[in-house]
Design a protein around this ligand. Structure first.
Ligand code: 5GP
Length: 315
């Protein structure tokens, strides 16, 4: 007989962070930089652990140029050629420590990744998986956590499979940290408060798609309609992406992503400042002088309403 797990599993929207006594006087005192030393590869990483997702509308070289100025990380999408990588690397050598290359699982994908890594060996390595302990014990350093929370993901609708992201992060972080591994919370953040909650739940890194979409540096077509500007944003397994890169959807699978038009938001620099400012404030509210201390200072309160919706259509 199928089993029902009766434990309540929570999403970002189901909780708030409880304010705690704090001696911090200003959010400028908060240090968001973290240094990691990875269990298996023994590599080190220092930076603000927020990652632009490896979607072709988000993980662009233009995005990487701005994000690296803030010490944020970009998982570059897999559709750049070796020549484009070489050009970017030679013009932006300082950015390379904040970049990862992406790969599919086909033989030609690996060949291309190998060539990129030979040319630019600083690129990192991420995997997706729910079996955190097993993956870490088999050699992975960082596990990407998230099944179905993404803003343009339709996996839950198409397959019925998923796991509320806040609980997934708390449970996976616990498993990973016990083995000195690390995790990325991937998907489901819709505002700076969600990013803070993901870090509070124990995420070492937080990956963002939708929050970084719709900017000048994002990929995707700019659309003008009725005097308003929008940018196309789509999931990497949406019809749009599959038509663009794979010549259509394979018969045996359904698309698991949607295509949306995001109101154009201008330069991403403003959004980055907004996100970092928000997390700094979170840290001051809970008394964490460093991002590293945030999860230790976190108590989540379950709520039935997290924001006042009176003027929710008005920015
Ligand atoms: P967001 O920050 O937009 O909520 O989530 C971004 C994440 O959604 C990405 O890092 C990736 O893991 C996931 N994602 C991107 N495209 C697709 C897609 O087409 N289908 C699914 N299932 N997930 C996607």
């Amino acid at each position: 007989m199928p089993h029902i797990d009766n434990d309540v599993k929570l999403d970002f929207k189901d909780v708030l962070l409880r304010p705690k006594r704090s001696t911090l006087k200003s959010r400028s005192e908060v240090d968001l930089t973290r240094s990691f030393s990875f269990r298996n590869s023994k590599q080190m990483y220092t930076g603000i652990p927020i990652i632009a997702a490896n979607m072709d509308t988000v993980g662009t070289f233009e995005m990487a140029k701005v994000l690296c100025k803030f010490s944020l990380f970009t998982a570059v999408h897999k559709h750049y050629s070796l020549k484009q990588w070489e050009e970017f690397a030679s013009q932006n050598p300082d950015c390379l420590e904040h970049l990862a290359a992406s790969s599919g699982t086909g033989a030609s994908d690996f060949k291309q990744l190998e060539q990129i890594l030979e040319t630019i060996p600083q690129a990192g390595n991420v995997v997706t998986g729910e079996m955190v302990e097993e993956l870490i014990l088999s050699g992975a350093d960082i596990i990407k956590v998230g099944i179905g929370p993404g803003s343009v993901c339709t996996t839950r609708k198409k397959t019925g499979v998923g796991y509320p992201q806040l609980s997934a992060v708390m449970e996976c972080a616990d498993a990973a940290h016990g083995l000195k591994g690390h995790i990325i919370s991937d998907g489901g953040c819709s505002c700076p408060g969600d990013v803070a909650k993901a870090f509070g739940a124990g995420a070492d890194f937080v990956m963002l798609g939708g929050m970084l979409a719709g900017h000048s540096e994002s990929g995707g077509e700019l659309i003008e309609r009725d005097g308003k500007q929008y940018k196309l944003f789509y999931g990497m397994s949406s019809d749009t992406a599959m038509k663009k890169y794979a010549g259509g959807i394979a018969e045996y699978r359904a698309s698991e992503g949607k295509t949306v038009e995001v109101p154009f938001k201008g330069d991403v620099e403003h959004t980055i400042r907004d996100i970092l400012g928000g997390i700094r404030s979170t840290c001051t509210y809970v008394g964490a002088a460093k991002l590293k201390e945030l999860s230790r200072r976190t108590t989540f309160i379950r709520v039935t309403q997290q924001v006042n919706l009176s003027f929710s259509g008005v920015s």
